[in-house]
Design a protein around this ligand. Structure first.
Ligand code: AMP
Length: 219
């Protein structure tokens, strides 16, 4: 499976990518996770990316492209990948397209997640992630609470809200997505790859919808 997921923040790209990874054995690659790791490690790239991420705007293409293409070149992506949060701009889409064409491993589909804005805000405001990077399990205070408030069920580390999950930054990130997504969806529509997914409701229901699309494509 070689797929990309387009969708606004909070549309469940990460959650569904992890489910797809488990079901289909393709590697989940999230540009946001790669960038957060660089910020955490205080690499030069991380220092440059941080100010954009904190304000909810996009990190410049030249910074993101290197880190993502390097990741896709690693051996764990040879059985396929699920790209989450990348591409976000037409330049990124074009770069990805030529890289994959060169390597003879084109995309199978572009899943486009659609979800109502009030659900997005609810999901993001309650989102919590395990602070242990080796675990990284995600929770939601209302929809998927941990057994003990603020503590990861799996490894016992504390749970944290993402720094950019604040009302002001969420608004900015939704606006940025709305501005950027039109041309991207068009790019993939022209290539015949767009599969629209109703990403509202419970994760298991969304997953069933995606699996139906993937299996129909495989026939
Ligand atoms: P995400 O985890 O996908 O919500 O991304 C968090 C933040 O990382 C975004 O608000 C951007 O600042 C940055 N980011 C992630 N992916 C990209 C990308 N493909 N292009 C530019 N910026 C990105």
């Amino acid at each position: 499976m070689r797929t990309i997921i387009l969708g606004p923040p909070g549309s469940g790209k990460g959650t569904q990518s992890r489910l797809l990874e488990r079901q289909y054995g393709a590697q989940h690659v999230a540009s946001g996770d790669l960038l957060r790791e660089a910020v955490e490690k205080e690499t030069e790239l991380g220092r440059k990316a941080k100010e954009y991420m904190d304000s909810g705007t996009l990190v410049p293409d030249d910074l993101v492209l290197g880190i993502v293409t390097e990741r896709l070149g690693r051996v764990d992506c040879t059985n396929g990948f699920i790209l989450d949060g990348f591409p976000r701009t037409p330049a990124q889409a074009q770069e990805l397209d030529s890289l994959l064409a060169q390597e003879g491993r084109p995309l199978d589909h572009a899943l486009v997640f659609e979800v109502a804005e009030d659900q997005i805000i609810d999901r993001l405001m309650g989102r919590r992630t395990c602070s242990n990077p080796a675990c990284g399990r995600t929770y939601h205070v209302k929809f998927k609470p941990p057994r003990v408030d603020g503590v990861c069920d799996s490894c016992g580390s504390s749970l944290v809200a993402r720094e950019d999950d604040t009302p002001q930054t969420i608004r900015k990130r939704i606006d940025v997505y709305d501005e950027q997504s039109g041309p991207l969806v068009e790019f993939y529509r022209r290539a015949g790859l767009v599969r629209s997914i109703d990403a509202g409701g419970a994760p298991s229901d969304v997953f069933d919808r995606i699996a139906r699309v993937i299996e129909a494509d495989a026939r």
